[in-house]
Design a protein around this ligand. Structure first.
Ligand SMILES: Cc1cc2nc3c(=O)[nH]c(=O)nc-3n(C[C@H](O)[C@H](O)[C@H](O)COP(=O)(O)OP(=O)(O)OC[C@H]3O[C@@H](n4cnc5c(N)ncnc54)[C@H](O)[C@@H]3O)c2cc1C
Length: 637
């Protein structure tokens, strides 16, 4: 299989504009003849569904929550990047492009990233027009703060609720189209399969989560905007419902999965507090604008933080990376936190924690300013830990947060399966081996508001309407398969809950494919995962029936997919025998513990083809070309 990235020719700055002109259009009267299926109503899905409906296409939009407003995007806290240069501090489209390619450790496509940086400015205008209440300066102009991996302030924000406010904007646009009859919303509906006819994506198979009814839905194109797979690791900052099922089921039908081992660990999360914890909580990266990270200089120092004088504290990020200080990218900050904890200098009951301290900032700006900037985050921290971060430093530790890998897409955001488009965190596109903070919201909205509305027209005008409906044998076959999978799970009658298997899988991945990886550990994980999968299918305990609301059954289906997908994740990590970005192979590091890339052998996207459960998948490589940015060792010193 040859992977066609379809990156257009011409100078980097002109590629997208020239390409848009070359794309075929569907005339306004013909748009209403096309039906598009959008799975997902987060920022990427809601913006795509609303924009395509506004253009005149008929859209069916699916999500598993009771309302599109509850998509996981609602949880995003810190902000969204855009190269507006409102601060006059040297920002530009080129700088955002450069920071993103470098931040991703040179494992993303230049052309995609440049387009993303270009579109970033439109997103802010679009959202302001929708009424998104971005933070403003006293004089009324939009405010900015800084995020990791950048030396400019380009992050737009709405306190610590940026995702929620952006989602309300996209949801308003979506609701307008629902009321206009152009979008039919299907909440509480879980996609269980992708349907292909003659190699073209023509629909999906869905389970109604209230009644258990399985049904087929046909469309002229299918757009997946189903989010990331961080929950494969069980404990993560993602909403509990986030899962890999939609993307993985599409993968089983032929869509290539790219760079699954590029998983991001966020340095500032509330540490794990016990064995029965089911979720982790993020403390936004924005806090690193004002909070200072430190641990005691001495090992096993059990004094309270206030009793440790400044001279006996190690502000290790400021010490090791004086240029970027506390705002180094996430992969670098996470590994540094792990390093000081491994040395025995971690804080808190488990020793797996470091301090994020606001005392200096409060002294400099006053408590009211800090409350204005981060009030809801401080409140959340206090509710969870019982400690007041205005008075004592927060304790934080790295946790699974985001996934850069995803279904492989070309420049049009179409997968290798014709008619299957993938947006937002579900695709692999723009962040390489490490995403910079505040760039996921930017990418999701660029994909939904500004890219898919153009590229889908080109596809539909060439492919025409789908020649089949849901009476086609492929729809029937897919529904039968989904039903028998559910019946099989319900009939096992074993002793262990889906959560118990998921927890074990998560622990295995965290230990062997987490912040640091090595060949031996990955081999161990690859031996254990198939055995765990077998145990799952022999000893799963489920209650309830298929024809009713049954959240344990939903969970079991998702865990079954995690158990297959985890093997791909570890295989990818084993095959990529270099360190890059968040993928840190212990065999490849400098004496100071920095990642060592192998550009000669690994400057490519690894795109995996499914060949059967437990079978070795086939690796396809998309070679990455860097014409504008020179490959260099990332340095934040
Ligand atoms: C705590 C937290 C804070 C964050 N803060 C920031 C930030 O400040 N800035 C930033 O840029 N990024 C942030 N991120 C990352 C960012 O929020 C996400 O990457 C982004 O919102 C993902 O959007 P999405 O549209 O791709 O998917 P999601 O918002 O995850 O939406 C997925 C949608 O797909 C649907 N879906 C999934 N599977 C199925 C299925 N099988 N059938 C039917 N429907 C399905 C869901 O119902 C949902 O509607 C944060 C992430 C977390 C966890």
């Amino acid at each position: 299989m040859k992977l066609e990235s379809r990156v257009p020719d011409g100078p980097l700055e002109q590629k997208w504009d020239r390409y848009k002109f070359q794309l075929k259009l569907v005339n306004p009267a013909n748009k209403r003849k096309f039906n598009v299926i959008v799975v997902g109503s987060g920022l990427s899905g809601a913006s795509a569904a609303a924009s395509m409906a506004e253009l005149g296409y008929n859209v069916d939009c699916f999500c598993y929550q009771d309302s599109p407003r509850r998509a996981h995007s609602v949880a995003a806290q810190g902000g969204i990047n855009a190269a507006k240069n409102y601060q006059n501090d040297g920002d530009s489209v080129y700088r955002l492009f450069h920071d993103t390619v470098k931040g991703g450790d040179y494992r993303s496509r230049e052309a995609n990233v440049y387009r993303l940086a270009q579109l970033s400015t439109n997103i802010i205008d679009q959202c302001v027009a929708q009424g998104v209440p971005f933070a403003r300066e006293y004089g009324g102009t939009l405010a900015n703060r800084s995020f990791g991996g950048a030396q400019v302030s380009r992050t737009f924000y709405a306190r610590g609720q940026t995702g929620q406010q952006l989602l309300l904007g996209a949801y308003s646009a979506l609701s307008r189209q629902i009321a206009a009859g152009k979008v039919k919303m299907h909440p509480r509906s879980e996609m269980l399969d992708l349907v292909l006819v003659d190699g073209r994506a023509v629909g999906i198979t869905v389970r109604d989560l209230r009644t258990g009814q399985i049904s087929g839905h046909a469309g002229d194109a299918v757009v997946l905007a189903t989010g990331g797979y961080a929950n494969t690791f069980f404990l993560s900052t993602n909403a509990k419902g986030c899962n890999v099922t939609a993307a993985y089921r599409a993968h089983r039908r032929g869509a290539l999965f790219a760079n699954p081992c590029f998983t991001q660990i966020h340095p500032t999360c509330i540490p794990v507090s016990g064995d029965y914890q089911s979720k982790l909580t993020l403390m936004s990266e924005s806090l690193r604008n004002d909070g200072r990270i430190w641990v005691p200089t001495a090992k096993a120092d059990s004094r309270k933080p206030g009793q440790i004088p400044d001279g006996e504290r190690d502000y290790y990020l400021e010490r090791r990376y004086p240029s970027f200080g506390n705002l180094v990218p996430r992969d670098v900050a996470s590994r540094a936190a792990k390093g000081v904890c491994d040395e025995g200098r971690g804080v808190g009951p488990s020793g797996l924690g470091v301090y994020l301290d606001f005392a200096d900032a409060i002294g400099r700006m006053g408590v009211d300013t800090i409350r204005d900037k981060y009030g809801n985050l401080f409140e959340m921290y206090e509710k969870i830990t019982g400690e007041d971060p205005y008075r004592v430093p927060m304790r934080i530790f790295p946790a699974l947060h985001y996934t850069m890998g995803g279904l492989w897409v070309d420049y049009n955001l179409m997968s290798n399966v014709p008619g299957l488009f993938v947006l937002g965190e579900a695709n692999f596109s723009d962040h390489g081996a490490n995403r910079l903070g505040a760039s996921a919201l930017m990418q999701g909205l660029a994909d939904g508001y500004f890219i898919i509305p153009y590229t889908i027209g080109d596809y539909l005008s060439r492919a025409g309407t789908c020649p089949v409906d849901t009476s086609h044998a492929e729809f029937k076959g897919s529904a039968e398969e989904a039903t028998s999978r559910i019946d099989r799970l319900l009939s096992i009658g074993g002793t262990r809950t889906p959560d118990s298997f998921h927890r074990e899988l998560g622990r295995l991945l965290w230990d062997h494919c987490g912040m640091a990886r090595n060949a031996q550990g990955l081999q161990q994980a690859l031996e254990r995962i198939p055995a765990l999968r077998q145990e799952f299918h022999a000893d799963l305990k489920l209650i309830g029936v298929a024809s009713d609301l049954n959240q344990t059954l939903e969970k079991a289906g998702r865990v079954a997919d995690f158990l297959e997908f985890a093997e791909l994740l570890c295989r990818d990590a084993l095959t990529r025998d270099e360190s890059c970005g968040a993928h840190f192979r212990e065999e490849h590091q400098t004496p100071e513990g920095e990642a060592v890339r192998n550009d000669e052998q690994y400057t490519h996207v690894s795109a995996w083809e499914f060949t059967g459960v437990g079978q070795e998948p086939t690796l396809h490589k998309e070679q990455l070309q860097f014409d504008n940015v020179s490959l260099s060792t990332r340095s934040y010193k």
